[in-house]
Design a protein around this ligand. Structure first.
Ligand code: S3P
Length: 751
């Protein structure tokens, strides 16, 4: 894109720009320019191939810019910058004025000049001083919001700007073509570009970056001095380290940034002092409730930030699985995901306080939890899977200030769409890439038939824009075209806000946790044959909920122990609701040895301990009526089929194509890589049982496919690498540790 790119200051940021520009084919020749005292940095940058040529400026700047005796690649400063397509000033903000002065004499209309300073007002003022009040139209002020406590070219990275924000702050006269070139340049290095005015940039950065740095420096300054007297920091741990990480940043640079942006920072310091005074006062008068409100609000606000930040920055996780092993011992897998979602929803709408135990502390259920906090519900925890939900009543939800981000969770989005359609406020539901590709018309169409005002994208996907229609929904009689518990639950929740009666008929039995839990909260919902009926007549009364272990998580171990010789495993306190036990039935039909022990009913849901030992499996035709009862377990059942004797056929399971991934395709592709004869069909798969080899497979970000491929390692003949496993955290964060403890050699690698 640029033939010649000149970078002033080849340190962390400048060096990273040079690396990224080269790696992404954005610049042919990169020239580094620096001060005499930076000569070694430039020499190193050239040696490492980060820049092609350099020039050590000896004339233009302060007294310290004396000749270092190093041979330059250009005869003069003028030659170094001559014919550059782009000049980037990547030096500390305090030096930008001097550099602009040095460039002024040779300022070229065909070059684009830009900078990376952290404060934009001071840079623009410096440019105004240098250019007698008129900032040249080809100077584009910009700021990459990326950095590290480290400095120097040796710390530079070619992906430093990937998924980081880059703010361009053009002035009224800035040339739009130059702005566009800088935008394309940064996007080419992976940054997410925003355009802002200078003042807003400085106000936003003062709050989100400069103030936190000052607080960290101030705290460590204060406690560091105390430490000299009494060694208190010997007792400081992770909390102190995390809070003060940024106090390791370059003090000169931060002095300059804070000085340059003091106009914005000083009022924020005043607000911070007022906030601390308020907290001091609350402690003095013993107002625990107010104190809790401040902390709980902060907790929510931080979670919202993390969701966005981590959504942009998600790490890639790979599971490396060594072949062989068996599963032995006793385990309690985490709480049921479907019930965890519903406990938050109904607990929030109940009158009174609901205590939940066994809650699934994983991303999907936490997305629901966050959504209800965003709608004003006070929820304490989770601490060791325990929550206390201060219900606000059926009509007590408050309008969320922002969109509700539901991550990967289809259950959150589909159930919430029904619940929100009848509220007195508007809401927007968003999700990650996978969730944003999943079909939502299955809920929005029947909701519209109830009078809801709800919009999707043209493709029928999220974001969902829901206009509050309190009091305007009416009941319908709906026969679902597919067997979906999410659609059924969505309509039942909408029915709680609709006039008349809402009836939902399912073509085949689907999980009935919504109906059971509504009854547990004393809300009337009736069942006749395949039809569930609800109306707005009723209210939810708080209750205590004990969430059993998720049979969908237990399924990985049921299959693992069934296929690995020598296995003997007891899975405790597993939910065995008959609408969920298809996996046990299918495995037993294949010859698995699974005993259901100690059956009991806990909070309206049947629970048992499952004992499973190794047993040779045989292929079967999976009865279609079992499909909805094992809908989430097919990825791992395909693994069982891969080692069974003979052929296994699945049909009537087209729903698998619209789960977190197209599970038919993803599993068939992966199994084929592992040498299994797995043929996908439109609505299922045909697998010829035999042996499993090794190889590199990808889960396509689908948690259940990632865990299923890992379980295949128990019978593989060579190592299996499973790519894209970060989403295991949506349902089973403990999977890798638990499966390892029970006998599978799995290592999780992060990059
Ligand atoms: C769920 C229902 C099922 C299931 C999902 C959880 C629920 O989805 O696959 O993991 O909690 O209601 P469908 O309703 O799309 O079958």
């Amino acid at each position: 894109m640029f033939d010649k790119l000149c970078i002033f200051g080849v340190g962390l940021i400048g060096g990273s720009i040079a690396r990224a520009a080269k790696a992404n084919g954005l610049a042919k020749t990169v020239v580094g320019i620096g001060r005499v005292q930076d000569a070694n940095n430039l020499i190193l940058a050239k040696k490492l191939g980060i820049i092609d040529r350099y020039y050590i400026d000896e004339a233009n700047l302060s007294d310290s810019w004396n000749h270092s005796g190093v041979a330059n690649d250009y005869p003069s400063f003028c030659d170094a910058v001559d014919q550059a397509d782009c000049v980037v000033i990547a030096t500390p903000v305090a030096s930008i004025e001097v550099i602009l002065s040095s460039l002024k004499a040779n300022w070229s209309p065909s070059t684009i000049y830009t900078d990376v300073g952290s404060t934009k007002g001071s840079v623009v003022e410096a440019a105004q001083r240098v250019f007698e009040g008129k900032v040249p139209s080809n100077f584009v002020p910009a700021h990459p919001i990326a950095g590290a406590e480290k400095s120097g070219v040796q710390a530079s990275l070619c992906d430093l700007f990937v998924n980081k924000r880059l703010v361009i702050t053009p002035l009224a006269d800035t040339n739009p073509g130059a702005v566009q070139s800088i935008q394309v340049f940064w996007q080419g290095m992976g940054a997410m570009v925003s355009i802002m005015d200078v003042q807003r940039h400085d106000a936003v950065l003062a709050a989100t970056s400069h103030l936190p740095h000052i607080l960290a420096f101030a705290l460590v300054d204060m406690l560091g001095h105390q430490d000299e007297q009494s060694e208190i920091l010997n007792y400081a741990a992770g909390g102190f380290r995390d809070f003060t990480r940024i106090a390791s940043s370059d003090p000169t640079m931060w002095r300059d940034i804070c000085t340059a942006n003091k106009k914005e920072i000083i009022p924020l310091l005043q607000q911070t002092k007022a906030q601390l005074d308020k907290i001091q006062h609350l402690l003095e008068i013993g107002d625990d409730q107010q104190l809790f409100s401040i902390f709980a609000y902060a907790n929510t606000a931080r979670q919202r930030f993390l969701n966005q930040f981590e959504g942009n920055m998600s790490k890639s996780i790979t599971f490396q699985v060594q072949p062989g092993g068996s599963l032995q011992g006793e385990a309690r897998v985490p709480g049921d995901k479907s019930m965890s979602h519903r406990s938050i929803m109904l607990g929030s709408l109940a009158e009174g306080v609901t205590h939940v135990t066994g809650f699934l502390v994983a991303e999907d259920a936490l997305a629901t939890l966050q959504a209800f906090r965003d709608m004003g519900v006070e929820i304490e925890g989770p601490i060791n899977g325990c929550l206390t939900i201060h219900g606000v009543g059926k009509h007590g939800l408050k309008a969320p200030k922002n969109e509700l981000y539901l991550g990967n969770s289809g259950t959150s989005m589909r159930l919430l769409s029904g619940l929100l359609a009848g509220q007195p406020f508007n809401s927007v539901l968003t999700g990650d890439k996978s969730l944003s590709g999943r079909p939502m018309k299955r809920v929005t169409e029947p909701l519209k038939a109830m009078g809801a005002d709800i919009k999707t994208t043209e493709q029928g996907t999220a974001p969902l824009y829901i206009a509050g229609r309190a009091g305007q929904l009416h009941g319908i009689d709906y026969v679902m075209p597919m067997a979906s518990a999410q659609v059924k639950s969505c309509l039942l929740l909408a029915g709680m806000y609709a006039t008349g009666v809402t009836r939902v008929t399912e073509p085949a039995p689907t999980r009935d946790h919504t109906e059971r839990m509504l009854n547990g909260f004393s809300y009337p919902v009736t069942r006749e044959g395949s039809t569930a009926t609800i109306s707005a007549e009723g209210q939810l009364t708080a209750t205590d909920i004990d969430v059993p272990s998720d049979i969908s998580s237990a399924a990985f171990f049921l299959v693992g122990a069934s296929i690995a010789p020598g296995s003997d495993l007891l899975l405790k306190h597993v939910g065995i609701n008959p609408t969920r036990t298809g996996v046990i039935d299918i495995l037993r039909l294949m010859g698995a040895k699974i005993d259901v022990l100690n059956e009991r009913v806990v909070g309206g849901e049947p629970v048992a301990d499952l004992h499973v030992v190794y047993s040779p499996l045989k292929g079967i035709d999976i009865p279609e009526e079992l499909v909805p009862l094992a809908i989430d377990e097919f990825p791992v059942l395909f693994v069982a089929a891969a080692v069974a004797e003979g052929q296994t056929r699945l049909s009537g399971a087209e729903e698998l194509r619209v789960k977190e991934s197209d599970r038919i395709q993803v599993m068939a592709d992966g199994l084929q890589i592992l040498g299994v004869d797995a043929q996908p069909t439109a609505d299922g798969m045909v697998i010829q049982g035999g042996s499993i080899g090794g190889g590199v497979v990808t889960s396509h970000g689908d948690h259940r496919c990632a865990m299923s491929f890992s379980i295949a390692g128990l019978r593989a003949s060579a190592p299996i690498t499973v790519l894209d496993c970060a989403n295991v955290n949506t349902s089973f964060p403990e999977f890798k540790d638990l499966v390892k403890n029970l006998g599978l050699n799995l290592v999780s690698e992060e990059s």
